[in-house]
Structure formats: C-alpha cells, structure tokens
Design a binder for this molecule. Structure first.
Ligand code: HPA
Ligand code: ZN
Length: 333
C-alpha cells in the first residue's frame, strides 16, 4: 500500500475538533435562511474569501460570528451530523468533539438545546454509521472564571453526556492558571480534563496545564519543543498532544508545512496525534491533515500507523477497545 492508500485505510480517532469549526458555508447559509438570520456574506465564495487568517484571533472573530445562526436543537443536530458524514468518508471511527456552550448560552440559547442536538447526532452516528463519540465541553478562556463556573453548573444535569471539560479561545493573556479552581471542581465532579496550551502561548502555559489543571491531554502543545525540560516531562508521562497541522499552517503558527515539528516530536517519543481542529475553516478534515504532513515531511508507513495508534491510545475509550484498534492497524501493510 502506498502512503495515500494507507491514510485512507487506517482506522483513526479524532481528539481535537470543535464542532462549531466544522460548519461548512453551504450549511451555514441554509440554516441562516431557515432561521431568518442575516449573515454578512452574499455567497459561499465570499465566505471562503473571508477565511484568510493571520493569527488565532482573526479566525476566532469569524468563527464566533458563524455560530450565531445556530438556534434550534435541529441546527446543532445538522451541524454534528454533517461532521459525522465526513468522519465516515475519512474512516474516522471514533471522535471526541469539543463544543463551546458559552458561544450559544450568551446568545440566549439554552444549554439543553445545544447538548440535546449534539447528543442525538452522536447516537445516530453510532447506530447508522458505526462511529463512536464523546462530547467535551470547553470554557472560553477570554471570558471570566465566574462565567466558567456558571457554565460548569449548567452542565451538571448533563454530566452523563459530557466526558471531559476543555479550555479554548484566545490563548495569550489567558493562562491556564486563570481556571485552576474551576478545573479542580470539574475534576471533583468526575470530568476528565484537557486544555489548549502551547498553540500561540508559550511552553509555560503547557506546564500550567499539567501542574495546575492536571490535564489528561494537551491540545496543540507544539510550542513545548522550545523547552527541553518540558519535552522530557511529556515523554516520561506519555502525555498526548493533539496536534492540528492545517490549523497551525492557516493560523501562522508555522510558516510552511515543511517546517512543522510533528514528525520531530514523534521521533523524539512524544505521544502526538493528528487532528483537524476547525476543518471547515482550515482547509480540510482528518485525511487532508494526514496527507498534508505526509507530503511535506515524507512520513513513512510505520509513522502513519504509529500516529493512528496514538489516536486511540490517547482517547477516552476503554482499554479493550484501544487494543482492538491497535491490532487492526497492525494488520495493515
Ligand atoms: N485554538 C483556540 N480556540 C479555538 C481553536 C483553536 O485552535 N479553535 C476553536 N477555538
Ligand atoms: Zn482547537
């Protein structure tokens, strides 16, 4: 099998995808129309032209604006279902999706509306496509600690449907330490925890995510390489990094895919995984990310298999399931 065939054939788990970031312009127009909401674009082409980012914030401004058209439970269902169909095409068999409740509750949408729409899509993905999934609720780090506490409170009645809490949005100036207490409470309530750190922010934020938030995974974390002591810690603890290559390129975290450090991190023994982050905005889903790094960094078939295995190993599925997928990956040439 050549590399491209192997990428398609590999079963994969996606661990870093924002469901609001899978919102394709076509669906955005359709939902805007049926909800009678104006969007500041005349055509799909015009939307795509706006996706010209120079950093994280320039993306976030457009990303939050797009989410404004989501009002009803069915809208959240349709959003998630469209993503699951992409998973099926890419042979993503398990996904752990972020959602940003505050983006919706701050517009007067009920927490229940959001989660019920997403959950119904997750149930249908299992029964109709054979794709398993978990939901991860993210706090928006540009908002206050108090707002995060309120969001955690709203989530408690839906605890069984949310596997973990996470931390996303504008990183620089909003370090993990700002959310130490709310993460402690979330852990007490039984949630697993993850956090974006070391995307635009420094290695210091990754230390804080580990020591103060006690995360089970680091989202992005590519700037960890700047700190040799941190690298040792990540390797020793087998701490997963959910790396998003096309996102890093689009948001200018790297200038050129040939300079991306994912292969180097893998070779040094860091538990890296490949993910799409906000695929509708960054130019591709799971397999597009695999293809982009394979072309730019000339990954071998063994490295591709290792990345796919890492994705299951770093996921929140039971150990027996992880072994099952590892075995299946080993049978591929
Ligand atoms: N970083 C931080 N916040 C986000 C991202 C990201 O890549 N995508 C959606 N929210
Ligand atoms: Zn992200």
């Amino acid at each position: 099998m050549n590399q491209l065939e192997l990428i398609q054939a590999l079963p994969k788990a996606e661990l870093h995808v924002h469901i609001e970031g899978t919102f394709e312009p076509e669906l955005m127009f359709e939902i805007a129309q049926r909800n009678h909401i104006d969007i500041p674009y005349k055509s799909v082409e015009e939307v795509k032209q706006a996706y010209n980012f120079h950093n994280l914030q320039s993306f976030l401004d457009i990303y939050y604006a797009g989410a404004n058209v989501l009002i009803h439970e069915q809208d959240f269902y349709d959003l998630a279902w469209a993503y699951f169909e992409k998973c099926a095409e890419d042979h993503v068999v398990h996904t752990e999706m972020f959602f940003d409740p505050q983006t919706h509750t701050d517009r007067g949408i009920a927490f229940a509306t959001v989660i019920q729409g997403l959950k119904r899509a997750c149930d249908d993905a299992q029964s109709k496509l054979g794709i398993s999934s978990h939901l991860i609720m993210c706090f928006l780090r540009h908002l206050s600690e108090e707002a995060a506490f309120q969001t955690l409170e709203q989530a408690l009645p839906f605890k069984e449907q949310i596997i973990a809490v996470g931390l996303d949005s504008s990183e620089v100036g909003h370090p993990p330490s700002k959310f130490e207490r709310v993460f402690a409470k979330a852990r007490e309530e039984g949630f697993l925890v993850v956090a974006h750190a070391g995307e635009e922010g420094p290695a210091e934020y990754v230390w804080e995510a580990l020591d103060l938030l006690r995360v089970n995974r680091i989202d992005h974390g590519v700037r960890s390489e700047e700190d040799p002591m941190l690298m040792q810690r990540l390797i020793a603890e087998k701490m997963p990094l959910t790396v998003c290559p096309l996102s890093n390129l689009k948001l200018c975290v790297v200038d050129d895919m040939a300079q991306h450090n994912i292969r180097r991190l893998l070779q040094k023994g860091v538990h890296v995984t490949v993910n799409s982050d906000d695929p509708s905005y960054f130019g591709g889903y799971m397999n597009d990310n695999f293809i982009a790094i394979t072309k730019a960094l000339n990954l071998s078939n063994d490295e591709l298999k290792q990345l796919a295995k890492n994705s299951f190993e770093a996921s929140f599925i039971p150990a027996a399931e992880k072994q099952k997928w590892a075995k299946e990956i080993d049978t591929l040439a």
